[in-house]
Design a protein around this ligand. Structure first.
Ligand SMILES: [Zn+2]
Length: 296
């Protein structure tokens, strides 16, 4: 696609996903325009049951959630439900996942749905993952936050979740500490894992970057603490490579534009910024779920 042609399409907001995936890196003077395509790998929607991770509410419903993302120039994202994260019963996470499917459909082309379960009633959890994949086309699981309902990632039940995710070729996004991150990346080398958050202390951040760099199945999303430390993103890209570093904000908890500002100002090439802001998550999504397609 020619420079001018692509630029005109960008201005019109009609660049198809495939053009971003297959296209050459954009010229540096139009990088700002790629904000039309910024893809957030880490979004929690306000739930229909009133559940919302925001500490003091300002975006209370889906309409306000989307309007705020517009303000931040985040055009696309992977969404999950806080109702599912805090589920006390399988019915709770099913309700959360259904609302995600509803909003993926309502804002078609804008969001990709993610399935969240808790592993307490494992057979129901596995069935729900399959259903989200087969009926709703979800190819992403998580963000899983075990501390919210008190389960662990080193159990036979969690092993079955990871095995199913690997079999179905789903991306799994897991919030945990650095040691558990390492255990999961070691134990499930064929799973595609996204770990959110760079970490808090200097030592922890450096250890996480080193761990992700050594595990080719692991990716980091930039949400949460760590990204505000100038130089850390550059270090992550230098050690891990730009292909496994993803833009994620953790909105509605955190400010989407704070992470974008750091990526935009970082000492990176335009190509590296593009990978972080949208190409990498596009690639993960495009490659996920292939086992199902092969079966069809
Ligand atoms: Zn989160």
């Amino acid at each position: 696609m020619s420079f001018l042609h692509r630029r005109q399409l960008l201005r019109a907001g009609v660049v198809p996903l495939g053009a971003f995936v297959a296209g050459n890196p954009l010229p540096s003077d139009v990088v700002a325009e790629t904000r039309r395509g910024i893809f957030d790998a880490h979004l929690h929607i306000p739930s229909d049951n009133g559940e919302n991770f925001q500490w003091s509410l300002v975006t209370r419903n889906m309409q306000e959630f989307v309007a705020y993302l517009d303000k931040c120039q985040v055009r696309r994202g992977v969404i999950s439900s806080s109702w599912s994260n805090k589920a006390q019963t399988p019915e709770d996470y099913r309700n959360g996942n259904r609302e995600v499917a509803k909003y993926v459909d309502r804002y078609r082309g804008r969001f990709q749905g993610s399935c969240v379960i808790t592993p307490f009633r494992i057979e129901e959890a596995l069935r729900e993952i399959e259903r989200c994949h087969e009926d709703y086309g979800f190819v992403w699981l998580g963000e899983f936050c075990n501390y919210m309902t008190g389960y662990k990632y080193d159990t036979p039940e969690w092993c079955r979740i990871m095995e199913l995710a690997t079999k179905l070729n789903l991306v799994v996004q897991i919030h945990t500490n650095t040691q558990e991150m390492r255990n999961l990346a070691d134990s499930f080398p064929d799973a595609t894992i996204v770990f959110p958050h760079l970490g808090s202390s200097r030592d922890d951040i450096f250890a996480r970057i080193d761990m992700i760099a050594k595990h080719k199945n692991a990716h980091i999303d930039l949400s949460g603490s760590g990204i505000e430390r100038v130089g850390i993103l550059e270090r992550a890209v230098r050690e891990i490579g730009a292909d496994r570093v993803l833009y994620g904000s953790d909105f509605t908890i955190n400010e989407p534009s704070a992470v974008i500002a750091r990526v935009t100002n970082a000492f990176l090439t335009p190509e590296e910024r593009e990978k972080i802001l949208f190409r990498n998550v596009e690639r993960l999504l495009a490659r996920a779920g292939k086992s199902r397609q092969q079966k069809l």
